[in-house]
Design a protein around this ligand. Structure first.
Ligand code: ADP
Ligand code: MG
Length: 219
């Protein structure tokens, strides 16, 4: 039978998911960090992991390259939920989406005076929605990384980016001026796979959700 495939975002999300996957009985059998394998067999012979860029997880799941996926809500907000269901908030990789600007920049006043701000971000969907809901006109500049740089070189007045401790902002002379939304990692499923293959997917989903809930209860 075809194995159940779970696409997990590499990096921070995978590191935080590793103990949770182990608690769910789904630990990779080879060391994920040293192995160059792209498909990781797990303790359960009929379940395998693929570890891919966070932004690629929804694509894998939407088109059936993976049955299940784990990635940030920020990523899902940009990709959209077409062909996907969100099954659970796993409570890992906690951070928030926020507007940040150089320390000393009068952000509220600029908004009040109707100044047209330039905002750099990779979160163009979330940023567009946020400023539209406030009735604020901004020019969005799409970047793919290192948003903190944009205000430092005069590319933008402000940025929309993920913040957890605020250390990266601080190191670049930026301050959080507005919080947009909390972010955490979500378990998603391919809609068709859920319908066609519920019997195989259900125990996998259940064990992951149970491990996530137990982790939240302990914290
Ligand atoms: P990539 O390097 O593939 O662009 P990132 O490493 O920036 O991706 O982040 C991948 C995902 O990890 C994000 O989409 C988000 O959900 C989560 N994440 C990013 N930064 C943080 C953070 N500071 N704290 C917690 N989670 C984060
Ligand atoms: Mg990164």
């Amino acid at each position: 039978m075809k194995p159940v495939t779970i696409a997990v975002a590499k990096g921070r999300i995978f590191s935080e998911m590793a103990p949770l996957l182990a608690a769910a009985g789904l630990a990779p059998v080879a060391d994920a960090a040293s192995s160059r394998q792209l498909i990781l067999p797990t303790q359960q012979a009929d379940v395998q992991l693929v570890v891919v860029r966070a932004a690629d997880v929804p694509t894998y799941v939407q088109y059936g390259g993976a049955d299940l996926g784990v990635t940030g809500k920020d990523v899902l907000g940009e990709h959209g939920w077409e062909g996907l269901y969100e099954l659970a908030d796993l409570g890992v990789a906690l951070c928030r989406l926020a507007v940040a600007a150089p320390d000393g920049f009068a952000y509220e006043e600029a908004i009040r005076l109707g100044r047209r701000l330039r905002v750099a971000t990779k979160y163009v969907v979330a940023a567009r929605d946020h400023f539209a809901a406030k009735g604020v006109h901004v020019d969005l500049i799409r970047l793919y990384g290192s948003m903190e740089l944009a205000p430092l070189v005069g590319l933008a007045d402000a940025i929309v980016d993920l913040v957890s401790t605020g250390r990266t902002l601080q190191a670049n002379g930026l301050v959080e001026v507005e919080t947009i939304a909390p972010v955490s990692s979500r378990l998603i499923v391919n809609q068709a796979a859920l319908k066609m293959n519920e019997r195989a997917l259900f125990p996998v989903v259940e064990s992951i959700v149970r491990a996530a809930n137990e982790r939240l209860e302990r914290s």
